[in-house]
Write a protein that binds this ligand. Sequence first.
Ligand code: 9MR
Length: 366
Amino acid sequence: MRSVRTATAALAVAALSLPLLAAAPHSEARHDRLRAAAPEGFFVGTAVAGGGHHLSQPYPDPFTSDKQYRKILARQFGSVSPENQMKWDFIHPERDRYDFAAADAIVAFAERNRQVVRGHTLLWHSQNPEWLEQGNFSKEQLRAILREHITTVVGRYAGRIQQWDVANEIFDDQGRLRTQDNIWIRELGPGVVADAFRWAHAADPRAKLFFNDYNVEGVNAKSNAYHTLVQDLLRQGVPVHGFSVQAHLSTRYGFPGDLESNLRRFDALGLETAVTELDVRMDVPEGGVPTAEQERTQAEYYRRTLAACLAVDGCDSFTIWGFTDKYSWVPVFFEGEGFANVMTDEFERKPAFYALLDTLKAARGR
Ligand code: 9MR
C-alpha cells in the first residue's frame, strides 16, 4: 500500500513538473544533447555512416535504413561529415558521370536538422575510381579532370558546406610528400595542391578550406611538414583556411599530450583548426567486452581531445568518426581492436559519451 502511494505521489510530482520542463526547452535540451551543450559557435559533429567498408558488412546502408541511427544523428550533432559519400569513387564513378544521390541526401538531412556539413574530400591518394587511377591520362587531361571535379562538386554544394577537406593525407609519417601513391602529386607535381585550393575557393568562396591528416595530433615530422607548407602557401596568397587533425587514436599508445600546443601553432598562422575524425580504439579483451578500466581510459582520451580543441580559439569544429560501434571502420581494419566509439552497438552511451557531454557543458558555463 505504502509503495503504491509513494509511486502515485511521484507520478503527481512528475506530472506537475512536466509543464515546467516544457517551458524551459533549452536547459532541458542541454541536459543530454551534445549539440545543445556545446558553447555558442562550437560544432560537435559525426561522420555519417555509408559506403566504404559498410558495403561489405551484413547490414543495409546505415544512413538510409536505420531509423534509430538517424534519430540520434539529428538529435545529438550540429555538424555532419559524409564518411565516404563525397569521395571520388562514390560521387564520380565514371569519367562522364557523377552520382550525387547519397551526398545530396546527407546535405538535405543536415539542412532539415539545422546542421552544418564538412565536405570530405577532394584530393587524396585513396578511394579513387579505377577509371581515374588506371586511365593513363596525359598531364593536361589529369589537370582538367581534377579541376572539373572540384569545380563541379564544390560548386554543387556552394554555400552549404562549412569546411572542405580539400587535401587529405598528402604527407607520409616522415613528413615526405606522397609522390608515389598520390596520383595528383605524382603526375602533376606538388603545385597541384595549391591549385586544388584555388579551384575550390573559386567554386565556393564561403567554404573554409582545410588540410586534413592522421598522426598529426602532436608536434612531429608530419605536422611540421604541414606547418612549413601552409606558411609557404599563405605567403603565395593561396586560399588555405584550416588545418585539421583526424585523431584516430588508440589506447595502445599514449595520449598526444601536445595536441593543444600543436593546434595553437597553426592557430598562430591565422588558420582555423579542427578535430575531424576522432575515435579511440582499444584491444578487444578476452570475453569480448571492454572492462570498466578500458572504458575509463577511452573516455579520458575523448575528454582530452575535446578539451584541447575547446582551449584553442579557432578550433570550432569537433567531429567524431561515427558515434556507434555498430558501424565502426575499426574492427574491419584493425584485427583484435574495436569499441572505438562513444555508444555501443545498441546505442547505449559509454563513459566516453558522458565525458564529451560534461566537458561541453563545463565549457559552455565558463
Ligand atoms: O571510415 C571510412 C571507411 O568506411 C572506408 O572504408 C575507409 C577507406 O579508406 O575510409 C574510412 O575513412 C577514412 C577517412 O576518409 C580518412 N581518414 C581515415 C579514415 C579511416 O580510415
